[in-house]
Ligand binder design. Structure first.
Ligand code: ARG
Length: 489
């Protein structure tokens, strides 16, 4: 029978069935590397505080190296989590006299919270990079579409013409905010719970600030009860993912609609589509559909974690273990989705002629016509709205119908209001209409070009932000390495 280092004092062994039910080892793969790092920093700090001897510390560090080399596969999978499995393996490798000292002044509660935060910050940086790639893809495609007129929709009905650049820039802008949310969440992820122990801290003279620094955390989570109990950072992170996925799903939905025969505005690259096993003509937007569906999965992760946490009394409860897989999976899905979306966007083909054609038909110019009546005849907008609306009802927005509607609504003929046929014709031209929409954030080509430059500038600045965050982490890793070397002498 195995000598279970955790249960041997207090409890008998568990059946395999119960161990399987309680174990987190599978999802702990995600935190294996971070766990070893947390072990190292804790041991270095313990030695510096003379809580354990330097010789024992050195032995432990050598044992941890070996465990890292061997990988998670060599751990005893009958333990309930990676933390205790690593400690058991350490004791097996170097004996309990030294190995049994690693866990002084610590609990798995502060340990696991530290590990998750460390694994998470890496994923966040990676996600940040991917968001930036997608932002650049939208910006690039916007640049190609500065003068490309497309029908704009409200209620999925053709509404007013705009440009492809304007449309794609809307996504570049929302992704910019996702990036902002991500770096904001990062600030609260990168805080250090270590030293909180089970929840009531410890009587050992730990140097929390030192361990915090070695692990590259920006600050301590001060209150030891809060430090082990909270998963607010997980909720916040998944919410970043859920929000981002919502935007991705909206874009995915548009690619599905726009690539139908009915819309025919774009064609997706073969690579991002599938065909039917029975209908040979089919080119189905499966990738987009899966993006849309996985958004639902990520939303589910958010709700799951909120629900898991909502009724937990202070401090640690095993329920918290159940949060980790949701967090990990939400991030994995989101990283994947952002990456795939960028590829799909970069390769999709635009049907410029159909876009223009559909912008001209379907009364898209009605608003422009009403605006013209206001500008030229000095009519109140509500009156102009009624005139154009009546013309639409008669079946068209040509000069004859406008003339008739104008007389009916105002009792005066257009000429009496200073409106000539030419005014109407010009108002029906989408190019002129778009050129006029040059207010900040509007679709006029000049304005879109300005916006493209601004978006690009921000992506660059955000890349720099990621770089400096990453450098800080690398710097801390080096400090930890140096401290380990120094300890070994
Ligand atoms: N596997 C556990 C988790 O993910 C680690 C902490 C266990 N703590 C405890 N008191 N049982 O939360």
């Amino acid at each position: 029978m195995k000598d279970d280092i955790l249960r041997r004092g207090r409890l008998g062994l568990q059946s395999e069935e119960v161990t399987l039910f309680t174990s987190s080892l599978e999802s702990d793969r995600w935190i294996f590397d971070s766990d070893l790092m947390v072990d190292e920093a804790h041991v270095v700090m313990l030695a510096r505080q003379q809580i354990i001897g330097e010789e024992d510390a050195a032995k432990i560090l050598t044992g941890l190296d070996r465990i890292r080399e061997d990988g998670i596969e060599l751990l005893d999978s009958s333990y309930e989590d990676v933390h205790i499995a690593i400690e058991a393996r350490l004791i097996e490798l170097i004996g309990e006299e030294a190995g049994g000292r690693m866990h002084a002044g610590r609990s798995r509660n502060d340990e696991v919270a530290s590990c998750i935060r460390i694994a998470l910050r890496k994923d966040l940086i990676e996600l940040g990079r991917l968001i930036n790639r997608l932002r650049l893809a939208f910006i690039e495609r916007a640049r190609e579409g500065v003068s490309l007129i497309i029908p704009g929709f409200t209620h999925l009905q053709r509404a007013q013409p705009t440009t492809l650049a304007h449309h794609f820039l809307s996504y570049a802008c929302s992704l910019e905010r996702s990036f902002e949310r991500l770096t904001d969440a990062y600030k609260r992820v990168n805080l250090c719970p270590l030293g909180a122990a089970a929840f009531a801290a410890t009587g050992f003279p730990l140097d929390r600030a030192y361990a915090c620094e070695l692990l590259g955390f920006d600050d301590l989570l001060e209150n030891s009860m809060d430090a082990v109990s909270t998963r607010d950072f997980a909720i916040e992170t998944i919410s970043v993912c859920a929000n981002l996925m919502t935007d991705i799903s909206r874009f995915a939905e548009e690619t599905i609609l726009w690539s139908t025969d009915e819309f025919n505005l774009i064609e997706l690259a073969d690579e991002y589509t599938s065909t039917s096993s029975i209908m040979p003509q089919k080119k189905n937007p499966d990738v987009s559909e899966l993006l849309r569906a996985r958004t639902g999965t990520v939303h589910g992760h958010l709700v799951s974690v909120l629900s898991i946490c909502k009724a937990l009394p202070n401090s640690y409860n095993r329920d918290l273990q159940e949060v980790t897989p949701h967090l990990k999976d939400a991030l994995m899905i989101t990283k994947n989705a952002v990456n795939i979306t960028a590829g799909m966007l970069e390769t999709l083909e635009v049907h410029a002629d159909v876009m223009l054609d559909k912008s001209l038909s379907g009364f898209s110019m009605a608003t422009e016509l009403a605006d013209m009546l206001v500008r030229t005849a000095g009519l109140p907008f509500r009156t102009a709205h009624q005139i154009v609306g009546s013309a639409v009802r008669m079946g068209g927005i040509d000069f004859e119908r406008i003339e008739e509607a104008c007389e009916r609504v105002t009792g005066r003929r257009p000429e009496q209001l200073g409106i000539e046929r030419d005014h109407v014709d010009r108002a029906l031209d989408p190019v002129t209409s778009i050129d006029q929409r040059s207010v900040v954030g509007g679709p006029a080509p000049e304005e879109c070009l300005r916006s493209i430059r601004e978006r690009e500038r921000r992506v660059k600045a955000d890349e720099e932000r990621l770089k400096s965050i990453n450098e800080r982490l690398m710097h801390a890793e080096k400090r930890l390495d140096d401290a380990i070397k120094e300890l070994r002498g």
